[in-house]
Design a protein around this ligand. Structure first.
Ligand code: IYR
Length: 227
């Protein structure tokens, strides 16, 4: 039987007065409300330390059975970004010309996207997020053994939410890009059989004149039900 070392320690939550709680949450609301999906990036270099800090924050996210079933592959190599752009554009060309339903194309029309993905090269970093459907660990006899992960999609989605918020707080622009299918990432990045691509996240400072579509969010009343 597997041994389980059960140990608990005190949590470290800030004790604040009501006014400060409200100030903090309103301040965060102001900051996060300015986040947009950005597709035009500046060539200005971004310190790798910011990327590392953001990934460290994502790595604190809750996950099914605390398995942390994620891997963040940071690509900054110009040649590799170029290869990934070419591979992504090949899939996207197929999507826009053959795979997407007319309804889907109509739904993304306001975003002004196309099969062309210059940001795959212009963003200083591409964070490629992989989900780990299981873990491979060496058993007592030295043979690799599969160990289950749980609620992998949910866990990785939450971690990516942390990541996007962290990068935004640092003034960095991001996009969640999911060309479909993303199998080319496994091959190009030499990932093992237990890792499947979840999303490509280009990261950098926004280009000086970067624009985003004038989208309207649903109102609080439309998304919140109070019982
Ligand atoms: N993957 C394509 C199409 C696309 C799909 C969705 I859902 C979007 O929200 C935006 C675009 C692309 O990246 O262009």
């Amino acid at each position: 039987m597997a041994s389980s070392a059960l140990s608990f320690r005190s949590i470290n939550y800030p004790v604040l007065d009501e006014q400060e709680r409200l100030q903090r949450i309103v301040q965060f609301a102001r900051v996060i409300a300015t986040r947009r999906s950005v597709r035009e990036f500046s060539a200005e270099p971004v310190p790798f330390e910011l990327i590392d800090q953001a990934i460290a924050i994502a790595n604190t996210a809750p996950s099914g059975a605390n398995k942390q079933p994620w891997r963040f592959v940071v690509v900054e190599n110009v040649e590799l970004k170029r290869r990934l752009r070419i591979a992504a554009e090949k899939e996207e060309w197929e999507f826009y010309h053959n795979r997407a339903t007319p309804e889907w194309l109509a739904d993304i029309l306001p975003l002004g996207t196309s099969w062309q993905k210059p940001y795959m090269e212009s963003a200083p970093y591409l964070i490629i997020v992989f989900r780990q459907d299981y873990e491979l660990r060496l058993g007592p006899d030295g043979t690799p053994c599969q160990h289950s992960n749980y609620q992998v999609n949910e866990s990785v989605g939450i971690a990516v939410g942390f990541l996007l918020a962290a990068l935004h707080v640092a003034g960095l622009a991001t996009l969640v890009h999911t060309p479909s299918p993303m199998g080319f990432l496994v091959k190009e990045l030499g990932r093992p059989a237990n890792e499947r691509p979840f999303a490509i996240i280009p990261v950098g400072y926004p280009a000086e004149n970067a624009q985003a579509p004038d989208l309207v969010k649903k109102s609080l009343e439309d998304v919140r039900l109070r019982l």
